[in-house]
Design a protein around this ligand. Structure first.
Ligand SMILES: [Ca+2]
Length: 517
């Protein structure tokens, strides 16, 4: 998410003045004491670039973060069980005392940031964004090293740490460390995460309702066991036979055909499908008539594409395991429909469910997959209870968002979970006063895509929590080569952005949120 300029500077200065009298030095945090918490370092870090520890030279993520302010970097190891080895980092804008210029380095809030996939690393880039924006911030590796499920066999407590406990323990420690440094506790605490990070946020809302005042949960994998099965549903579709495989060179033609078929259904031809669930595009329309080219599909490839557009189901009963990928998402299919099945799902069965490192995903039966997966890890990994009443009763706000072109997690999952929250007996009738969902047309998993995909969800959440302004729309932007070429509102579901009929269709000002047609 974008870094945002913070309002309310006057209040922050006041807060810093209070902290001046009671703040601690960074190094003194080495003596911080709390059960099951060992501070391993507390270092004042100078302004400028920060080299990510242990980042390999060719890491896909940035090896260093630039333009960070001075901050107190605290590292700690948490051991809620004897098998736990949870690494956390807490970054605190420094100095604690505000400084002679009178400008406050800390905005008085905690922003905790989430992980992706199997976690196993500290989410440094997100920590960097948060500390740049003036937050005290915290992140964890969730208790194991490396983005892999290989830690699981023989370590049920580590699975629980990954599933939900590490984030809670981190939150308790981060609040206390923040209070020790500044001499005052955070006045607000927020969770901000996507994918596994979205799941972590929902775990917090469900299991530890007092941890956060507001939670941003993007593209959450709250039914993680089923979502991993759905990833193998796609892999089996394209590897059923050798002829089923769809080369990536064909994705653009399939994408063009799907968008062309359904773009205008929402009333505006803009290259985006507002609600792909209504799109009935059948890939057979692209079936080769004379020869196999990049712009057509063979009959087995048509079958494979149809399976990707279909929910993962148990074949013998038709029972849905996880909802379908949507028409419009084709440009991202390489992630799950590539030459090899995605490692995170294969490893889940190899190391968590079946304890068989040689297991072949092509042998997975969708009749038994969900039961096996839930038995092995559902309790640790899934957020299935839609009753978030304890969180809502404390005033907690939940902002869910999901890109319609998500290529890892079906966006329909978020709509289903949102609807389940609204239908939960304990919270029924409190429509949208505590939870809102924003669907982003044309947006990929967590970031990127053809649709507007950059927006300030945390800012919207803060206005909701701190000023009582529930978000009805969030303006999002799309950029090409760093230059914004389209803005468009994202609307609180089920509303969609509708063109007012005049002016540029690339300007959010010319759109209004309406009920769907
Ligand atoms: Ca359209």
């Amino acid at each position: 998410m974008t870094t945002r300029i913070l309002a309310g500077a006057a209040a922050i200065v006041l807060m810093a003045a209070v902290a001046t009298a009671e703040g601690a030095t960074c190094e003194s945090l080495l003596t911080f004491k709390q059960p099951n918490t060992a501070i391993t370092s507390a270092t004042l870090t100078a302004p400028g670039p920060f080299t990510i520890p242990g980042a390999p030279a060719n890491t896909p993520n940035p090896a260093s973060l630039s333009n960070l302010p001075a901050f107190c970097r605290v590292t700690a190891t948490l051991t809620p069980t004897s098998d736990s080895d949870i690494k956390i980092e807490v970054w605190l804008p420094a100095p604690a005392t505000g400084g002679a210029s009178g400008t406050a380095p800390w905005n008085g809030k905690l922003q905790s940031v989430g992980n992706g996939a199997w976690a196993g690393t500290i989410p440094y880039p997100a920590l960097g964004e948060a500390v740049q924006a003036g937050y005290a911030t915290a992140g964890t590796d969730t208790g194991h090293v490396g983005n892999t499920a290989k830690f699981a066999p023989g370590h049920p407590e580590k699975m629980i740490d990954y599933g939900y406990r590490a984030v809670h323990e981190m939150t308790v420690a981060a609040k206390a460390i923040t209070a020790a440094f500044y001499g005052t506790a955070p006045r607000r605490s927020y969770w901000n995460g996507c994918s596994t990070g979205g799941r972590q946020g929902l775990m917090e809302a469900s299991r530890y309702p007092a941890d956060y005042d507001g939670i941003v949960a993007g593209a959450p994998v709250n039914y993680r066991t089923s979502q991993l099965i759905a990833e193998l549903w796609v892999a089996q579709a394209v590897h059923k036979t050798e002829a089923s495989f769809i080369p990536a060179a064909k994705f653009p033609a399939l994408h063009r055909a799907a968008v062309d078929a359904c773009d205008a259904n929402d009333g505006l031809k803009d290259g985006l499908i507002d609600d792909p669930r209504a799109c009935r595009f059948d890939p057979q329309a692209l079936q080769c008539t004379a020869g196999d080219t990049a712009s057509c599909l063979t009959a087995p490839q048509v079958d494979a594409a149809r399976q990707i557009y279909s929910p993962a189901v148990a074949p013998s009963t038709g029972k849905e395991i996880f909802p379908a990928f949507q028409r419009g998402s084709e440009l991202g299919w390489e992630a799950l429909a590539g030459p090899r099945a995605i490692g995170e799902a294969v490893e889940f069965f190899q190391y968590v469910v079946l304890n068989d490192p040689n297991w072949d995903y092509r042998t997975l039966s969708f009749d038994t997959a969900a039961q096996l997966a839930d038995k092995a890890a559902g309790a640790a990994l899934n957020v299935v209870d839609p009753n978030l009443k304890p969180f809502f009763d404390r005033g907690g706000k939940l902002l869910l968002w999901h890109g319609w072109n998500d290529q890892f997690v079906s966006p329909v999952n978020s709509i289903n979970y949102y609807s389940a929250i609204l239908d939960a007996p304990a919270t029924k009738g409190r429509l949208q006063d505590s939870v809102r969902l924003f669907m982003a047309p044309g947006m990929n998993h967590c970031r990127g895509g053809e649709g507007p995909n950059t927006f300030d969800a945390l800012g919207a959440l803060e206005r909701w929590v701190e000023q009582g302004q529930a978000p009805n729309r969030m303006d999002a932007s799309h950029a090409t080569g760093g230059k914004v070429d389209r803005t468009r509102p994202l609307c609180a579901y089920p509303q969609v952005a509708r063109y007012n009929g005049a002016g540029s269709i690339d300007d959010a000002a010319n759109f209004t949120c309406h009920e769907p047609r």
